[in-house]
Write a protein that binds this ligand. Structure first.
Ligand SMILES: [Zn+2]
Length: 171
């Protein structure tokens, strides 16, 4: 499949095919905890470094919602053949103000919960079901295995960890 040589083209070099299925849950928990720690560490997580770049807390909220969204997509794809699931509408959530006023402590806890739920769900999906597929739109529309989608969940967390880290403005 075309999955073999794909690599993130937005700066982090993540390669979906290189991720071991058994590493996904612990890596998601570790990087989500790192994001949670960063946004509660005392800098200004609500501040945007520039107008067009999300703030650290917006990125953290995005990752939280990605984990919930992809967790449910996995369940849908176990029960329907190659479904086309609704997308996250990540940018509209922020542009519509749905994250406005979110407190760092609250988002940090929600992110830890989302990571734990995703990790437990993924670890409980039997190996024989992990080659089932869904249609996935990023980085280009394609039929993707559940393994790939779970790796993509990890990619979202690890990719945006860097955005959170680099986006923190000194207080
Ligand atoms: Zn990336």
């Amino acid at each position: 499949m075309s999955e073999v040589s794909e690599r993130c083209e937005e700066g982090c070099d993540f390669e979906w095919s290189l991720v071991s299925s058994s590493d996904i849950a612990p890596r998601i928990i570790k990087s989500s905890a790192a994001i949670a720690d960063l946004i509660t560490a005392g800098a200004k997580p609500h501040a945007r470094k520039s107008q067009n770049v999300w703030s650290p807390i917006e990125y953290a909220g995005h990752v939280r919602d990605v984990l919930f969204n992809l967790r449910d997509r996995l369940v849908v794809a176990i029960n329907e053949d190659n479904p086309l699931c609704k997308g996250l509408f990540g940018t509209p959530r922020i542009d519509l103000g749905l994250y406005v006023g979110d407190e760092p402590d609250v988002v940090a806890e929600e992110l830890r919960v989302a990571a734990s739920l995703f990790a437990r769900t993924w670890d409980r999906i039997p190996d024989v079901l992990r080659d089932r597929t869904m249609v996935y739109g990023y980085p280009r529309p394609a039929d993707r295995s559940l393994r790939w989608v779970a790796a993509q969940a990890l990619h979202e967390v690890e990719h945006h960890f860097v955005d959170v880290r680099d986006g923190l403005v000194d207080s």
